[in-house]
Design a protein around this ligand. Structure first.
Ligand SMILES: Nc1ncnc2c1ncn2[C@@H]1O[C@H](COP(=O)(O)OP(=O)(O)OP(=O)(O)O)[C@@H](O)[C@H]1O
Ligand SMILES: [Mg+2]
Length: 268
């Protein structure tokens, strides 16, 4: 049977060099949100910490024999491989390409490779027809792995934690995205800033949200729906499931559901 060619697949990278802002949590919940809306979704763990891999139930990522590092090595060495190599199926209907500490070696070994920024892109081009959405969870750095994600993404989603002044870090990230757009990937767009961990009881969180809207609102899309702070969100990584299964009636599930709708509305 001929495979369905999906020309409209979207590749979204969740990216911020600031650590702990909710990239992985948002990647997991957006992915499951999209799957619940009937989309075929692959998440790629592009972080040697393997946090998303652990969050999706593989608590010891270092024991996994085939990961993103295997795939990238195959691409570099021009080995042919099956599209489903290394893909794990999660109980909530999404596919996962896991990562572990082995990926940190790629950061170095890619440097000597000729098309070092386009290694992940080669893989994505091989598999993207099989998915509606491919989500890439980046590590908190702007190193070679993150550049690889930006070089193959259609859009970047930038989670920003509503608890500190993000302006400086954001400027650097936006500059990097501009550079990648000019030099490597003319399609790249900023899909939006997602404000996370909002504690509505504090004025501070409200001030930060307002500041982000005032500073960037006229040039970058900011998701209308922000993600509230809740210990329920922090619990999911230990459970290996999304917020939709862990606390389906809670405010975080509702927020990710609404945010997912915003992503779906942007489909071209
Ligand atoms: N809405 C939320 N409310 C409360 N805690 C949250 C929320 N979202 C995420 N967390 C917790 O905050 C921490 C950081 O979140 P997460 O791992 O998603 O961030 P990250 O940007 O991927 O981090 P890193 O930069 O290390 O990859 C985690 O312990 C997570 O469980
Ligand atoms: Mg993370």
């Amino acid at each position: 049977m001929k495979e369905k060619v999906n020309k409209d697949s979207r590749v979204l990278a969740l990216c911020s060099q600031k650590g702990g802002v909710g990239k992985t949590t948002s990647c997991v919940n957006l992915a499951v949100g999209l799957a619940r809306a009937g989309k075929k979704v692959l998440v790629i763990d592009n972080d040697p910490q393997g946090s998303m891999t652990a969050s999706l139930g593989y608590q010891n990522p270092d024991e996994l024999p085939v990961t993103l590092a295997t795939i990238l090595t195959n691409v570099v060495e021009e080995e042919t491989f099956e599209n489903d190599l290394g893909i794990l199926a999660h109980q909530e209907g999404i596919d996962l390409l896991p990562a572990n500490i082995e990926l940190s070696g790629m950061e170095v070994s890619l440097v000597n490779f000729m098309s070092r920024e386009l290694v992940l892109k080669q893989y994505i081009e091989q598999i993207r027809h099989e998915y509606d959405y491919i989500l890439i969870d980046c590590s908190p750095s702007l190193g070679m792995l993150t550049i690889n994600a930006l070089a193959c993404a259609d859009e970047v989603i930038i989670p920003v934690q509503a608890a500190y002044l993000p302006v400086k870090g954001l400027e650097q990230l936006i500059r990097t995205i501009g550079k990648v757009r000019r030099q490597l990937n003319r399609q790249l767009e900023i899909g939006g800033i997602l404000i996370t961990m909002v504690d509505n009881r504090t004025n501070y969180a409200r001030d930060i949200s307002e500041l982000i809207f005032n500073t960037y609102g006229n040039k970058i899309h900011i998701f209308q729906q922000s993600i509230p702070f809740s210990v329920r969100a922090a619990e999911i990584s230990a459970e290996g499931i999304s917020i939709f299964q862990h606390d389906p009636k809670g405010k975080v599930a509702e927020a990710y559901q609404m945010m997912t709708q915003e992503v779906l509305m942007d489909e071209k």
